[in-house]
Write a protein that binds this ligand. Structure first.
Ligand code: ADP
Ligand code: MG
Length: 606
């Protein structure tokens, strides 16, 4: 191919496109980062304005640019005073291409940012990362492919820019005549061969550079040197207590009193935790995660106070709100929120950026060893199992030696077999932790096993709290009884100090503790029902079997009181009995007799 005598359009186009792509890259990135924080109706408006150059005809954009930068405009005249003329100069080609290409970069980058799981950013903040570090080490690498795509699109658009360039920069050969304008000029002058040459050239250059930018990048971050931990042996044992430099003995305390209203949901919670775990038990959607997020500082309450070890972290009355990065509160997020682009070692070392390299290496090593995951140091989160991920998440927040620990359903992502095994490990880790722990779960058995103190949360309100034994033995409300696993709950009314009437069961029941005036329901735990031979024991009734459901070690019996069930009649009660009891019971003729021990009857309020 023979280049036309004057190669200047090629040089001008390349220079313009490179300068415009660089400008677009930075402006687009800044705009996307700023817009990323903006939410609500406001966002749609600004977004529309920033995207306008993509939608308007380029000549219209060029016209506006002329109004702004033209010789008669305020800016144009101001610049002329200092000897700078924009209109019909080379910088005008850069400005025109930048304005036209900007929306592609901005939009694609914002889309890529929006795809990044926001919990990862929150996790980074709880690990002490500043907003700049969160951007550089989490948001940008994870949005990388989108940012590259945006840059490529912006480059291609700059290279092809014609209308706005012609309006603002004109068609001055050797100065503002880019390749697209040269094509137009050549065709207008009847020189089809010259036009064809430029067309071929522009296609070749476009393809070449797009191909170049699309080459698979090996992530710099992945290649970063980290301590060589791969030599270690997998201990295969339960972890030893995690090393903590904090002095033992001082009673660390977390006091929380918070309120927050979202569209259809209000959360009000007060809880206190000393050294040891306080459990937050509640069904899905009751506000457990929200509570943790507010304590960690990644979400701001409307009102309230958070005090950790005498340090006021949040106080709405005093206008105080310590950012998450400075709270020193470790969070194990529900799905662990490991950084997918970082190795296990880098994940664990994420919160240790301020240490020297040697200190960091020692700390990472220590954590990985104590959690029994040293052999996984160089793997990525996608390359390890669910149980291992949980240990990495725990190691990551323990590595920064937090003052308090928040665990959001740490076992929810694990299958039941793994759950039991990892429970032992977590118990050992928590035993070595000297500080308050808030343990969130929807599983009442897990709550019972882990937490001496419990708060029961329902629809954003604490409906019961206290020592676990008391809570499980004497729940006071229907919701608390249900959440602590009571399966037989039925409407009832008080007919005396020690007597209730249960219409649905067609009977009156004796109650041992005094029946509260506000009683609306009674409950009876399914494994506390006793079967015995006819006797004049209190609360004993004849019953018939409606149906059964078999578990490996237990049998659930669905029963009807007073008379044999005719077809379609639902059961009144369910009873859980061991296989031994069932074997004995199934041989006996019906009706059997069932006793609801008055001391075990739960007296409940709605
Ligand atoms: P849990 O962890 O107990 O399952 P969450 O704390 O995640 O519950 O959520 C509590 C309630 O708050 C839910 O009803 C949920 O729909 C609502 N919610 C959570 N986040 C938001 C949000 N960003 N905007 C509006 N509602 C939300
Ligand atoms: Mg949750």
């Amino acid at each position: 191919m023979i280049l036309p005598a004057d190669a200047s359009p090629l040089i001008i186009s390349v220079a313009t496109t490179c300068a415009a792509t660089a400008a677009t890259f930075f402006l687009g990135m800044i705009a996307a980062r700023m817009m990323y924080r903006v939410r609500g109706g406001f966002r749609a408006w600004i977004d529309g304005i920033l995207t306008l150059p993509l939608v308007l005809p380029p000549t219209v954009v060029g016209f506006f640019l002329l109004l702004i930068f033209g010789r008669r405009s305020l800016i144009g005249r101001g610049l002329e005073h200092v000897g700078v003329t924009i209109a019909f100069s080379w910088p005008a080609t850069v400005i025109a291409a930048t304005v036209i290409a900007f929306p592609l970069m901005y939009r694609t980058t914002l889309g890529a940012f929006d795809q990044v799981n926001p919990t990862l950013l929150e996790a980074a903040r709880t690990l002490g990362a500043s907003e700049w570090v969160v951007f550089r080490r989490v948001l940008l690498p994870l949005a990388g492919p989108g940012v590259i795509a945006g840059t490529v699109l912006a480059f291609a658009r700059s290279l092809g820019e014609f209308g706005a360039t012609l309006m603002l920069a004109g068609n001055i050969p050797g100065r503002t005549q880019t390749m697209p304008i040269a094509i137009f000029s050549a065709v207008e002058g009847g020189d089809m061969n010259a036009a064809l040459l430029w067309v071929v050239l522009i296609v070749v250059v476009s393809l070449a550079i797009i191909r170049l930018l699309n080459v698979e990048k090996r992530s710099r971050i992945m290649a970063r040197a980290e301590p060589d931990l791969s030599r270690s042996e997998f201990s295969g044992q339960f972890p030893v207590a995690v090393v903590s430099s904090r002095e033992n003995g001082s009673a660390v305390k977390l006091d929380v009193d918070l309120e927050r209203t979202l569209e259809n949901f209000t959360l009000r919670i007060a809880l206190g935790a000393r050294n040891g775990a306080v459990g937050l038990l509640g069904p899905s959607g009751s506000g457990k995660s929200m509570t943790l997020r507010m304590i960690a500082g990644v979400s701001t309450p409307d009102r309230g106070r958070i005090v950790l070890n005498g340090r006021v972290l949040f106080d709405s009355a005093a206008g105080r709100n310590i950012p998450a990065a400075s709270r020193r509160i470790g969070v194990v997020f529900q799905d662990y929120a490991l950084f997918p682009h970082l190795t296990v070692a880098d994940n664990v070392g994420f919160g240790l950026a301020r240490m020297t390299k040697d200190e960091r290496r020692a700390r990472i090593w220590n954590q990985l060893e104590s959690m029994g995951i040293a052999e996984l140091a160089h793997r990525y989160p996608r390359q390890i199992s669910g149980g291992q991920r949980q240990r990495v998440a725990i190691a990551r927040c323990m590595a920064m030696e937090p003052d308090a620990l928040l665990l959001d359903e740490p076992f929810a992502a694990l299958d039941p077999h793994l759950r039991r095994r990892t429970e032992e490990q977590l118990r050992a880790t928590l035993a070595g932790f000297n500080g308050p722990v808030v343990f969130v779960t929807h599983d009442m058995e897990e709550a019972f096993r882990f937490c001496p103190e419990l708060q029961v949360l329902d629809s954003g309100r604490v409906i019961a709290s206290g020592p676990k034994q008391e809570l499980f033995e004497r729940p006071r409300t229907v919701a608390a009884a249900r959440l602590t696993g009571c399966k037989n709950i039925v409407a009832a009314c008080r007919v005396g100090n020690d007597c209730v009437e249960v219409a649905a069961w067609q009977c009156r029941l004796q109650a041992a503790p005094e029946v509260p005036e506000a009683l609306t329901h009674v409950g009876f735990r399914s494994h506390q029902l006793a079967f015995q031979r006819p006797a004049d024991t209190k609360n004993t009734f004849p019953c018939w079997l409606v149906t059964t459901s078999e578990a490996p070690h237990e049998m659930t019996l669905y029963l009807r009181l007073h008379s044999a069930p005719s077809s379609g009649q639902p059961p009144h009660l369910q009873a859980d009995v061991s296989k031994e009891v069932w074997r004995d019971l199934s041989k006996r003729p019906q009706p059997w007799h069932i006793t609801l021990d008055p001391t075990r009857l739960l007296l409940l309020e709605e």
